[in-house]
Design a protein around this ligand. Structure first.
Ligand code: CMP
Length: 139
């Protein structure tokens, strides 16, 4: 995948509350093109694999339970400097520390239920996009 792409998930709480459209609006308003998009639900095993990098963290079990508890929206986004610019747009993990104008400031409830995920590197963006989408869906 080109380095101008990143991966995001709108998390179960935000999807359940009907915020998907508003969050996608914020994303496109910020200049990202939506390359691929789907609504799906992770099994517990899939959520465990997706977040394996956090498996030693105390919140891992809670994170896996939460992320598999309901439907999510998975998307691949394109823009120059996509990974870093999208991390700026989602804001800090803890919504109480998220800047005004960020997705988490507007829609996150807590560090766990924090509305949206954003890849933290080009390498992980590619791994995460391929976790959800086939090559044919990433054109
Ligand atoms: P995300 O960007 O999806 O990547 C890792 C996730 O772990 C992060 O968002 C948070 O939802 C979650 N997380 C990080 N720190 C905590 C924490 N202290 N308690 C619960 N969940 C956390």
């Amino acid at each position: 995948m080109a380095t101008n792409r990143t991966f995001t998930m709108i998390k179960p709480e935000a999807v359940e509350k009907g915020f998907s459209g508003k969050i996608l609006d914020m994303i496109t308003e910020a200049g990202f093109k939506i390359v691929a998009l789907k609504k799906t639900q992770l099994s517990k095993a899939e959520a465990g694999t997706f977040y394996e990098v956090h498996s030693e963290r105390p919140f891992y079990g809670e994170l896996v339970d939460y992320m598999s508890a309901g439907p999510i929206m998975a998307a691949v986004l394109e823009k120059d400097n996509a990974v870093a610019d999208f991390r700026t747009l989602i804001g800090a993990t803890d919504p109480s520390e998220a800047a005004e104008g960020t997705i988490r400031k507007a829609y996150a409830e807590s560090k766990g239920k924090n509305a949206a995920h954003g890849s933290d590197s080009d390498e992980n963006a590619s791994i995460e996009a391929n976790f959800f989408f086939t090559g044919r869906e990433l054109i």
